[in-house]
Design a binder for this molecule. Sequence first.
Ligand SMILES: C[S@@+](CC[C@H](N)C(=O)[O-])C[C@H]1O[C@@H](n2cnc3c(N)ncnc32)[C@H](O)[C@@H]1O
Length: 215
Amino acid sequence: MRLRKIKNIEEKIKNYSDIIVFDAVSKKGKWNSQFKNENPIYLEIGMGKGKFLLEHARLNPNINYIGCELSDSVIYKAAEKAEKAKQEENITNLLMINNDACMLNDIFSSGEVSKVYLNFSDPWPKSRHAKRRLTADTFLNVYKNLLGVDGIIEMKTDNRKLFEFSLMKFNEFGWIFEELSLDLHSDKEDIITTEYEDRFVNLGQQIYYVKVRIK
Ligand SMILES: C[S@@+](CC[C@H](N)C(=O)[O-])C[C@H]1O[C@@H](n2cnc3c(N)ncnc32)[C@H](O)[C@@H]1O
């Protein structure tokens, strides 16, 4: 997500320490205590400005949501919105972590997460950058561990090549394809969208969607 770096972001971001968990590694295996309940945990990786996750948190108070976002300027924007929702609507089932997805095995214990969302992940189109795609082998092994058997991954993208690459990888891992759409917005109604998705849909672009279950 392209966003100009916010001035003094390292200081400003600390204002949201009740939403952004800065010592995420120390919470490994203890996320349910952090939420003070035993509800399932759904994780969005590369959350961006957080619209998708905030809307889910509003609609599903019995699910705990965690947004993972690498960029501090981007997560700051997401945390601003989440803080407002916490104050005004008492939304308490949404937390955020400012980490790289490659660290997730240090942050969650095996089976601690029930679902992973990958929404409009950076496509990294050049072959030499394939390992950086969030559906490359290293990342899928991380998700496999934190989700455990029967864990779910839902992915949405506008990028056909990233979609095909990801389908091939899910298939190589032997995961079960539960749902697939080559035009999500024609096939389904009442879709909770992301910031990127709104942009692409307004441009008339197709959105690809897949849901897989870990075997
Ligand atoms: C194209 S944006 C999509 C944002 C949002 N999901 C949406 O659909 O509006 C991709 C986001 O993923 C984040 N990101 C990229 N690589 C990441 C990684 N390895 N770990 C965590 N976040 C990452 C970027 O900082 C960026 O905000």
